[in-house]
Design a protein around this ligand. Structure first.
Ligand code: PLP
Length: 449
């Protein structure tokens, strides 16, 4: 029986990423407030937010400094755009700070409102650059199966999940997907992680050669795949991939929308995973999700190409009304200040051993095939048979049931791909709360048996 608020909800809202038939029966969970890593529903029941919202509320809930930064900027100047040579202090300060923090040399920053827009922008900038460089055929973008890069027409095409393509007539032309670096599922019998990484780099090279290197512009990758089920590639995977990209002059885009800003214990996931990207997409933890903001950080060679093209065409014809929105930028500046002042990333590093030990211990559970992860993010893959890795019939929705039991236990997690349950708590989670999270998850797994 739906509450009044739930009934009003299902009469009016379309919920993203939701079974729209099922939600009409169950109604959504309606949350009202939050503090630290905890959120409370309209009936006053508390939940540990084990997914940091959608991999994004890095500083948790109720951070008054962020609230104040937004309020102060709204009072001062709630909006001005940065088109046509206009600007404002928060956007300038944020771009300066991001250049300083970047793991590779960055020339300029372009602001978006989301991760999807950041990846869309990446694709457009690569095309624009290659036109400026006089190689109009070099336009294809290679992504990976199970990657998640967003939902706009271009970024959903880069995403390597069937659910984002089916019936949307995607992917668009010019996007290719190479092998996902998931050793547990995709390694051949007896294949070491090292050999698996070598094979995947060979797969990428074969794809580039089959397409024609003169047609392949860029490769995009999340340091650790998030929504595809939290896939951590083998240690030597990126150096091997990077060598192939360099050989064929393929631009390397790091999608740091989840891994950026401390998730893996380093400022950027690229550092933890030994990636040396040419350009970087960020969003989510950039503002700790207190405001919608994303960005693309580009190298000098790309900026020079943009200069050439905009001189030729009269203008650089790309930008969102809310690119560099002053309130979002002010909140992001404050977020980055807090990360630094409170040594948030160092504190994440101190919490990783406990988080990793509790994660690994889940592999003793009869339902868990693989408990994988890095930093403060994890994917718990449930299997019907641990020995054979045999999967449950998808119709049973086993991981979805675990997530529903988690909710009853006062823990919010997600089931994103197949039978994987994902964990990605706010970076400010305490050691006691990490234990609480895994205790509640274990109880939910026991109830799923
Ligand atoms: N890239 C990655 C790695 C993501 O995880 C996401 C969202 O989860 C996106 C891009 C898309 O970001 P948004 O939902 O802000 O458009």
């Amino acid at each position: 029986m739906l509450t009044n608020l739930q009934a009003r909800d299902v009469e009016t809202l379309i919920h993203p990423y939701t079974n729209l038939v099922a939600v009409r029966e169950t109604g959504p969970l309606i949350l009202e407030r939050g503090k630290g890593v905890w959120v409370t529903d309209v009936d006053g029941k508390p939940y540990l937010e084990g997914m940091a919202g959608l991999w994004c509320t890095a500083l948790g809930y109720g951070n008054e400094e962020l609230v104040e930064a937004a309020a102060e900027q709204m009072r001062k100047l709630p909006f001005t755009h940065i088109f046509g040579g206009k600007s404002h202090d928060p956007a300038i300060e944020l771009a300066e700070k991001l250049k300083e923090m970047a793991p590779v040399p960055i020339s300029k920053v372009f602001f978006t409102c989301s991760g999807s827009e950041a990846n869309d922008t990446q694709m457009k900038l690569v095309w624009y650059m290659n036109n400026a460089l006089g190689r109009p055929k070099k336009k294809k973008i290679i992504s990976r199966m199970r990657a998640y890069h967003g939902v706009t027409i271009a970024s959903a095409s880069l995403t390597g999940l069937a659910g984002n393509h089916n019936d949307f007539d995607l992917p668009i032309a010019g996007v290719r997907h190479t092998t996902c670096p998931h050793h547990y599922r995709l390694a051949e019998a007896g294949e070491s992680e090292e050999d698996f990484a070598t094979r995947l780099a060979a797969d990428l090279e074969a794809l580039i050669l089959a397409e024609g290197p003169e047609t392949v512009a860029a490769f995009i990758a999340e340091p650790v795949m998030g929504a595809g089920g939290v896939i951590v590639p083998p240690k030597t995977y990126y150096p091997k991939i990077q060598a192939v990209l360099e050989k064929y002059d393929v631009f390397f885009i790091a999608d740091e929308v989840i891994c950026g800003f401390g998730r893996l214990g380093t400022t950027f996931g690229s550092e933890a995973m030994e990636m040396k990207p040419d350009s970087i997409s960020i969003a989510k933890a950039l503002s700790s999700a207190y405001q919608p903001i994303g960005a693309v950080m580009i190298p000098e060679i790309m900026y020079e190409a943009l200069l050439t093209e905009s001189a030729k065409l009269g203008s650089f014809g790309h930008g969102y009304t809310y690119s560099g929105h002053p309130v979002a930028a002010a909140v992001a500046v404050k977020t980055l200040e807090i990360y630094e002042r409170e040594s948030i990333f160092e504190r994440v590093r101190a919490k990783i051993p406990q988080f990793a030990a509790r994660r690994a211990a889940l592999e003793d559970h009869p339902l868990v095939g693989e408990a994988r992860g890095a930093g403060l993010v994890a994917g718990i893959e449930l299997v019907a048979d641990k020995k054979t890795k045999h999967q449950f019939d998808p119709k049973l929705g086993v991981a979805a049931k675990t997530v529903a039991f988690c909710q009853q236990e006062g823990l919010i997690l997600r089931n994103v791909f197949g039978d994987a349950v994902t964990i990605c708590p706010p970076l400010v989670i305490s050691p006691a709360e990490i234990d609480e999270l895994f205790d509640r998850l274990t109880r939910a797994l026991d109830r799923t048996l």
